[in-house]
Design a protein around this ligand. Structure first.
Ligand code: SF4
Ligand code: SF4
Length: 202
């Protein structure tokens, strides 16, 4: 399954992903329309300070098996077969809060949703932009993140590539460290002169 992989060490906290997410899930799907719609569509990605990084974009991992899905009694949460995304059906949500208690990542919020007018709030979370995927597009947050803190693809392949990148960085760093430890030629010259003088005597 393809999903959004987060690289928190690259995130600069610009919140472009959150804005793009809110627009992509709004009724009008335009920036102007999204800010003037009622109810206003919230983002499904949440950027806050990270435990070890300046900013951490947090979103649904589309777990398999998904604890939120198992906890949802009215079966409002299911898996989209073609994309593998875990989706909420807002018309079935009774806002019992069980899914957010079951989710280990704290990514489910309760907000008004234009798809179910008149309901004060329902469970809202990332849907991996399943609609965009069906038309061959990547999720809106990925498309907008200029520093590539969000990548879309097979997580195993993306993590393998990240491991290779880190390994390359470490080996280049080690090589640079060896170079730095080598004595500069001018120091070697003076040391040689000193040693020859010491051999000749005062
Ligand atoms: S768009 Fe990228 S850099 Fe900006 S907050 Fe989102 S993840 Fe971080
Ligand atoms: S909402 Fe939480 S538990 Fe459910 S699939 Fe997403 S990350 Fe997993």
């Amino acid at each position: 399954m393809n999903t959004v992989v987060v690289h928190p060490e690259r995130c600069v906290g610009c919140l472009q992903c959150a804005a793009a997410c809110a627009v992509a899930h709004s009724r009008t799907k335009t920036l102007y329309g999204a800010v003037s719609e009622e109810p206003r569509t919230p983002p499904r990605i949440h950027v806050g300070p990270g435990p070890a990084t300046f900013a951490f974009p947090n979103k649904c991992r589309h777990c398999d098996p998904a604890p939120c899905m198992a906890a949802c009694m009215p079966r409002a949460i299911g898996r989209d077969a073609p994309t593998g995304a875990v989706l909420v059906d807002p018309s079935r949500c009774i806002q019992c809060g069980m899914c957010s208690m079951a989710c280990p990542f704290g990514v489910i919020r309760y907000r008004a949703d234009w798809r179910v007018p008149g309901r004060p709030s329902v469970a809202v979370k990332c849907d991996n932009c399943a609609d965009r995927q069906r038309s061959g597009r990547v999720p809106a947050c990925v498309e907008t993140c200029l520093v590539r803190a969000l990548e879309f693809g097979d997580p195993n392949e993306l993590l393998r590539e990240e491991t290779r990148r880190l390994a390359r960085q470490v080996s280049v760093g080690l090589r640079q460290g060896e170079e730095a430890r080598k004595e500069p030629p001018v120091v070697a010259l003076w040391r040689g002169l000193g040693e020859r003088q010491a051999a000749v005597g005062p």
